[in-house]
Design a protein around this ligand. Structure first.
Ligand code: ADP
Ligand code: MN
Ligand code: MN
Ligand code: MN
Length: 353
């Protein structure tokens, strides 16, 4: 059975009015780092999360709670416009809490938010480069010969033309869905491996970085559902051969780094990151050791390094930043499957607190 949506059948229903009520899609991170969602009717359009109810779900079905105490609570934290339903309908990103009031195991936002609050005066900004791969329904990379491989890497990165880029229509839909929703998407590009892409989100201040990245991921997976395409954030889907992995480069700056003379603050932050290298690696994504091999524009996982314009280093200072003497740094270590709350929280703790 085809699972691809049939827009023609749905079209007449999309024109029906909603009787003044709206639909609020509550979205949360589950026990495996995946996304879940469910919808509730709200009596009238809302402007802030304070107007939305705390809700709950069956955590035993999402690896977030045992069956005998299965209620997990959803607390709305950010609202985005709903590009699928349109109108006053909304997407609501939520934090998850256990029945005793403690944050759920995968509620990394709770902890990151404390760090962001404590570091507020430094005005930390982040910009994330989310790489990902597209798969066919059978799990093999989209448009690759079944059980085989496409032409070697070289023409795919920022490619144009038949046989060089795949699913551009899906990527365009996602970009526009992000802009409509209010996600701070900064750009897109086709990546080095065939059927691998990247979108950038930011710069975003503090905790909002994680909110916007998670919502951008939700929109991508949701759009791809309509195309019958799978999205994977695994950092190394093809382990052998000359195929790039997928990362989530984390660009970072503080108020001081962004001002003339900021290079000193950038170098001081790098020195602090160096000392905590392995602590950061522990939070920088599962299976990241498969990706951080020292090849394919990565630094080896076991050694910290940094350099100007060096794509083989753990931390890169962009050439234009070094030239003007201020700006930001790029942490190239995070894998595509990170929780951005964990990574941004750790960077702030290590460099500022
Ligand atoms: P790359 O050359 O590594 O591929 P990209 O253009 O893909 O770089 O991404 C650069 C990212 O850096 C963007 O997400 C952008 O929002 C972010 N960025 C730009 N300036 C800053 C800054 N001052 N602080 C943090 N992030 C920034
Ligand atoms: Mn990039
Ligand atoms: Mn990239
Ligand atoms: Mn980068």
């Amino acid at each position: 059975m085809s699972t691809v949506h049939n827009p023609a059948l749905l079209a007449p229903y999309l024109k029906l009015d909603q009787g003044g009520k709206i639909m609020a899609e509550y979205i949360w991170i589950d026990g495996t780092g995946g996304l879940r969602c469910k919808t509730t009717t709200v009596d009238a359009p809302v402007k802030s999360v304070a107007e939305l109810k705390e809700w709950n779900f069956d955590g035993s079905s999402t690896e977030q709670a045992p069956g005998h105490d299965s209620d997990v609570y959803l607390r709305p934290v950010t609202i985005f416009k709903d590009p699928y339903r349109g109108g006053d309908n909304i997407l609501v990103l939520c934090e998850t809490y256990n029945s005793d009031g403690t944050p759920n195991r995968t509620n990394h936002r709770f902890h990151a938010n404390k760090a962001m609050e404590a570091a507020k005066e430094y005005v930390p900004w982040f910009g994330l480069e989310q790489e990902y791969s597209l798969l066919d329904a059978d799990g093999w990379p989209l448009a690759w010969p079944k059980g085989g491989f496409p032409a070697p890497q070289g023409a795919y990165y920022c490619g144009v033309g038949q046989g060089k880029v795949f699913a551009r229509d899906l990527i365009e839909a996602h970009y526009r869905a992000c802009l409509y929703a209010g996600v701070e998407i900064a750009g897109i590009n086709a990546e080095v491996m065939a059927s691998q892409w990247e979108f950038q989100v930011g710069p975003c201040e503090g905790i909002s970085m994680g909110d916007h990245l998670w919502m951008a991921r939700f929109l991508l997976i949701r759009c791809a559902e309509e195309w019958g395409i799978k999205v994977t954030f695994h950092p190394k889907i093809i382990k052998d051969g000359d195929w790039n992995g997928a990362g989530c480069h984390t660009n970072y700056s503080t108020k001081e780094m962004r001002a003339p003379g900021g290079m000193k603050a950038i170098e001081a932050a790098i020195a602090k990151l160096e000392v905590k290298h392995m602590d950061h690696i522990a939070l920088y994504g599962t299976d990241n050791e498969l990706r951080l091999s020292g090849k394919h524009e990565t630094a080896h996982i076991s050694a910290f390094s940094w350099g100007v314009a060096d794509r083989g280093a753990s931390i890169r200072i962009p050439r234009h930043v070094a030239a003007q003497g201020y700006g930001y740094l790029e942490d190239r270590r995070p894998a595509s499957n990170i929780d951005p709350y964990e990574v941004c929280g750790a960077i702030v703790k290590t460099t500022l607190l």
